[in-house]
Design a protein around this ligand. Structure first.
Ligand SMILES: [Mg+2]
Length: 413
């Protein structure tokens, strides 16, 4: 393996859109990288096809750090989700190639396993408590040992995190399970009222603890909708129910805003699924304003950059909680599992199962047992792409929803 011969971008939409970079070397090895950016997929396709792929041909695939620095610094325009998803795809494909060339599962090249498996959480939801309880029981039966709790809010028609199958309002395009993006020509509109949400949620967690007991790790996603003082109030109100974490309590671009949240609550905080570099975490980490880093390998410059963020976070007792919705492709999920198995400060892994058609496009070797994931021991990432199968499902335009308050104002989704 001395040079990269081809760099192809494969777009497929079996259950939803995925963008995959496939690198092939002079000796016929292939490496895969995930470049899926939910709702803006084709921007990354163009970035890769038109600007990055021509630079990769003839390069030494072993030079992962040098290639990362070259792509980051030579573009002049730094950071941003499109750039960092494109760099991530190249980086993960190079790690996949290096591990395949070595004949080892990727986690071995990252230092070897630090644990036997990765605790994963799933998404339970319901419009009301009986539906939510059924969903929690269903997840326990599927083997989950940590569960995110999202519910409807009285007075609101469409609320983030409630499964599409439970929602009568979802009319635009097709969605499956909890996937929030919908196929169609315009984003789905949802409604929001933070005061109604703040009044409702503590009672939901009181009921869930009453039904399922004190031990089950419970998580909740605020999805960027609160101000810092509202988030502080919610965190304090949820303290009796011992959350594993409260996620994205504020939009967090203003990192200093988390100081205010921390002054008011000891509920653990997780942030960062929309971040894409270490700079987005600088204040949050050095001032210990969060407990979990939510970044995905796919959106944060790949294994090379996320590893640096997590090593930085480890010095402050902050752990990983990598983003793992269905828009992280099986390639991106595999990268997360190898990284999570190797690092010392692993916390928890989000895990939403992909649909059956997706599993036919991407052949995977990970295992799921007793609530824990393991990437498997095949050389590389352990994922292969069936290009014939992928070719059956052309790209379909899709958007994430957006929010309006009751007076019509656009709000954070
Ligand atoms: Mg989230």
């Amino acid at each position: 393996m001395t040079s990269i011969e081809t760099a192809e971008v494969v777009v497929t939409s079996p259950d939803r859109n995925f963008v995959t970079l496939r690198l092939t070397t002079d000796d016929g090895l292939t490496g895969l990288g995930d470049a899926t950016l939910n709702g803006r997929e084709l921007a990354v396709v163009s970035y890769l096809r038109d600007h990055v792929a021509p630079l990769l041909i003839g390069r030494d695939p072993h030079r992962i750090e040098d290639t990362w620095q070259f792509l980051y610094r030579s573009a002049y325009w730094r950071r941003g989700p499109v750039t960092m998803a494109a760099i991530a795809a190249v980086d993960v494909a190079l790690w996949d190639l290096k591990a395949r060339a070595a004949g080892m599962p990727l986690y071995q090249l990252l230092g070897g396993a630090s644990r036997t498996g990765l605790l994963a959480y799933g998404h339970a939801s319901g419009r009301d408590l009986p539906e939510l309880f059924d969903s929690v029981r269903d997840h326990l039966e599927q083997g989950y040992r940590a569960i995110r709790i999202q519910t409807g809010v009285p007075g609101l028609k469409a609320v983030y995190g409630v499964a599409a199958t439970q929602r009568a309002d979802v009319t635009v395009g097709d969605r499956y399970d909890y996937e929030p993006a919908s196929r169609g020509v315009f984003p789905q509109e949802e409604d929001w009222d933070t005061r109604a949400y703040l009044r409702h949620l503590p009672g939901v967690f009181e009921a869930v603890r009453g039904e399922f007991g004190p031990e089950l790790p419970l998580l909740h996603d605020g999805h960027h909708r609160m101000t810092p003082i509202q988030a502080g109030r919610l965190g304090k109100a949820l303290e009796p129910y011992d959350l594993f974490w409260l996620e994205d309590c504020t939009p967090a671009e203003n990192q200093q805003g988390l100081r205010l949240v921390r002054q008011h609550t000891t509920t653990p905080l997780a942030i960062g699924e929309v971040f894409n570099t270490v700079w987005d975490y600088q204040t949050l980490v050095t001032e210990q304003l969060i407990d979990y880093v939510r970044s995905a390998v796919t959106h944060t410059g790949g294994i090379t950059h996320l590893r640096k963020i997590l090593d930085f976070a480890a010095q402050y007792q902050i752990r990983s909680g990598m983003h793992g919705p269905t828009d992280i492709s099986p390639v991106g999920m595999a990268a997360a599992l190898h990284l999570g198995l190797a690092i010392h400060n692993f916390g928890i892994q989000e895990y939403m199962k992909h649909g059956a058609r997706t599993d036919e496009v991407f052949h995977q070797t990970f295992t799921w047992k007793d609530g824990r994931l393991h990437p498997g021991d095949e050389p590389g990432l352990g994922v292969t792409l069936d290009t014939d199968e992928a070719g059956k499902y052309p790209y379909q335009r899709a958007y994430l929803p957006y929010n309006r308050l009751t007076d019509g104002t656009v709000h954070d989704w």
